[in-house]
Write a protein that binds this ligand. Structure first.
Ligand code: HSE
Length: 309
């Protein structure tokens, strides 16, 4: 096999109370990467579509190629690839756009080379894509995009990541308003210190979220979807955020918060029917302030990246 086409999914990072430690994958949207072997050892980005010309084709600075370069260097392989990247979601969307590209790229390279590493071992290379995209190698988008499911990053040094089982009927409503939030900026506005009271409240919710997911206790999941630390600061970057959140809960959502660094917003619901209503209610709330938005409804995607024919 000389060429491969791979899809990697969008992700919801933080999942309300788990800043930089919780993330989940959705079914769509997601990015596609086509990798083709070259006869030399160059990594060449041949084409990028769907990015409105914003991404560089400099292979040393693009989130799709850097993980591939780091991966090849780790294995000591002198192999070259042509890369085509089809972006299916906006940059700065809060949907884990750069992570989907990073994961698709390194997953494709590993498959083409006959899987010298198991999929979970690709995580540190995918994280390097996050570093070039936003200056911080956090894993809460790349880990669920790579492994699928709901993922916890228990520790960064050493890296310790695990998946949490989720209830079958848990649905994600995701809305991307037509507003751009730069992840680097959205990280810079955060405070470096947290009060003891907020830390205690947040730890309660982190514990409640994990227990709720593992025991299919939907009400406990909902009660745990309160972010005392990040959402109060970042919500100012999202027009009508609190109206959108209220619309989601009035439509039956278990809870609602910012997806990643925003501006996308996500909600959890029990059942697809409620999740569809929640997505529609959030869209209406954005439209009331003349912001167009795209919605997605999905279960939590357990598969992660997949090879496309
Ligand atoms: N945990 C990250 C953040 C996710 O909220 O900044 C965005 O990439």
């Amino acid at each position: 096999m000389d060429s491969i086409r791979v899809f990697a999914p969008a992700t919801v990072a933080n999942v309300a109370c788990g800043f930089d430690i919780f993330g989940l994958a959705v079914d769509n949207p997601g990015d596609e990467v086509i990798l083709t072997r070259r006869n030399d050892n160059k990594i060449v980005i041949r084409e990028i579509t769907g990015d409105a010309g914003k991404l560089t084709i400099d292979e040393t600075r693009n989130a799709v190629s850097v993980p591939v370069i780091k991966y090849l260097a780790h294995l000591g392989l002198q192999t070259g690839f042509d890369i085509v990247l089809h972006k299916k979601m906006a940059l700065g969307s809060g949907l884990g756009s750069s992570s989907a590209s990073s994961v698709a790229g390194v997953f494709a390279a590993n498959k083409l080379l006959g899987e010298p590493l198991s999929t979970d071992k690709l995580l540190p290379f995918a994280m390097e894509g996050e570093r070039v995209a936003c200056g911080s190698a956090h894993a809460d988008n790349v880990a669920p995009a790579l492994l699928g499911g709901f993922v916890v990053i228990r520790s960064y040094a050493p890296l310790d990541v695990f998946k949490v089982p989720v209830p079958d009927n848990l649905y994600v409503s995701l809305i991307h308003p037509d507003v751009e939030v730069n992840t680097k900026d959205a990280r810079h506005i955060l405070k470096n210190e947290v009060s003891m009271n907020k830390a205690i409240s947040q730890m309660g919710n982190v514990s409640g979220m994990i227990a709720g997911l593992m025991s299919s206790d939907y009400a406990l999941i909902g009660r745990s979807m309160v972010d005392f630390i990040i959402e109060p600061i970042r919500s100012i970057l999202i027009p009508s955020f609190f109206e959108v959140k209220m619309a989601a809960t009035e439509a039956g959502a278990l809870g609602c918060s910012i997806s990643g660094a925003g501006p996308s917003v996500f909600a959890f619901s029990e059942g697809r029917e409620t999740a569809e209503k929640v997505a529609a209610a959030m869209k209406t709330a954005f439209e009331q302030v003349n912001i167009q938005a795209t919605t997605y409804v999905s279960t939590i995607n357990q598969a992660g990246p997949k090879i496309l024919e």
